[in-house]
Design a protein around this ligand. Structure first.
Ligand code: SF4
Length: 355
């Protein structure tokens, strides 16, 4: 039986800004099992990054945060800052989007990895340095005994992201949250870093939450995926199920635009700080009916599959989503074809540690 390591329930992160209240996360729920990879997928402004920041306790006040974030059964939202600090960077690590910005330019990469080690572990400076060298080798940097004394500006973007991964793994976390970890890198490097993360997760038995809008990345390494729109989850399931039969009309639009069969021009999720009541997607949805404006539709199984669930009024025991499911199969067609599966693209870049 799978063991849940992270359970997020009805998470709300509402920010007080000069422009008023922004419901950045608005009723988001998802779970992550031990040793699995879950991708959070959606457009810019869908709430992916803010949800991860909330899980990590990294949201600056003023903000109203409610719901539950249970990590190994403990609700992180109820912890003091010092209690959270003992978990953050230790049992849960975070990998930022842009490693060059995340690393401190005035310290060597070895010092920064060693600091992450000694912050949570009782080891000597020499032991921490040796571990830093080991970690640099583990993340695929050549000549780690020399690199340990180099500064971030002496390394390429890809190398810096490897250093950031080494820092994230320094305390041997149970859960790694990675926010668009390859989006700032050249396309040729992206596949290598994704392969590295996948290999490390399997070798070191941690769980991975990956934020991305890149379906090639999702297809490459996610066991399950959650589709977000307007700060909330609209569909979740195994990666194969959701990619091949996207049941929510927003998922269908998103995937079709990614595979070139459609276009999502304006990003309403970005422009609308206060999502509408009811289904967040109803202003854009071609299948909207009056019920869609009342409240967020409850999740229902897709074609009787309890592992694949969607929040849409057209699904459920008494409903027939016939036309929408027909479109689902059309939208997911590219993911059925091995020649077209984006996974091939990501894997083709892998295998070389020189960035
Ligand atoms: S609930 Fe209504 S608006 Fe939302 S996706 Fe389904 S049909 Fe469209």
């Amino acid at each position: 039986m799978n063991e849940t390591i992270l359970s997020v329930s009805d998470l709300q992160t509402h920010l007080h800004t000069d422009d008023g209240l922004v419901r950045a996360v608005d009723g988001l729920s998802f779970e992550v099992d031990r040793n699995e990879t879950v991708c959070l997928v959606g457009e810019s402004g869908s709430g992916k990054t803010m949800a991860c920041n909330t899980v990590m306790g990294m949201v600056d006040p003023p903000a109203n945060i409610s719901g539950e974030v249970r990590f190994e059964g403990e609700n992180l939202l109820g912890l003091s800052e010092s209690e959270l600090t003992s978990i953050r960077g230790n049992r849960i690590s975070y990998l930022f989007q842009n490693a060059q910005n995340a690393l401190d330019p005035v310290y060597t990469v070895g010092d920064q990895i060693a600091e992450a080690i000694t912050f949570h572990q009782d080891v000597s400076g020499e032991q921490a340095r040796e571990r830093a060298i080991d970690l640099l080798g583990t993340v695929g940097l050549s000549r780690p005994a020399e690199r340990v004394d180099e500064y971030p500006h002496e390394l390429s973007d890809g190398m810096c992201q490897r250093v950031a991964i080494a820092i994230a793994l320094a305390a041997e976390p149970d859960l790694l949250i990675a926010d668009e970890p390859v989006s700032a890198l050249d396309v040729m490097i992206q596949g290598r870093i994704i392969d590295l993360l996948d290999d490390l997760r399997k070798e070191r038995d941690f769980s991975l939450v990956l934020v991305t809008h890149d379906l090639r990345v999702v297809a490459s390494l996610a066991d399950r995926m959650v589709v977000l729109y307007g700060g909330t989850d609209v569909e979740r399931g195994t990666t194969a199920d959701v990619l091949q039969t996207p049941a929510h009309p927003y998922s269908q639009d998103l995937f079709a635009s990614f595979t070139g069969d459609g276009e999502r021009g304006d990003d309403l999720a970005t422009r609308d700080p206060i999502p509408p009541q009811g289904c967040r997607f109803h202003r854009e949805c071609a299948h909207a009916v009056d019920d869609c404006r009342d409240s967020k539709p409850p999740f229902a199984a897709v074609e009787g599959d309890d592992a694949h669930r969607v929040s849409c009024v057209h699904y459920g025991p008494e409903r027939d989503p016939g036309e929408i499911l027909f479109e689902a199969r059309r939208a997911g067609a590219a993911f059925d074809d091995p020649e077209e599966t984006p996974k091939q693209t990501a894997e083709a870049d892998g295998g070389d540690s020189r960035d």
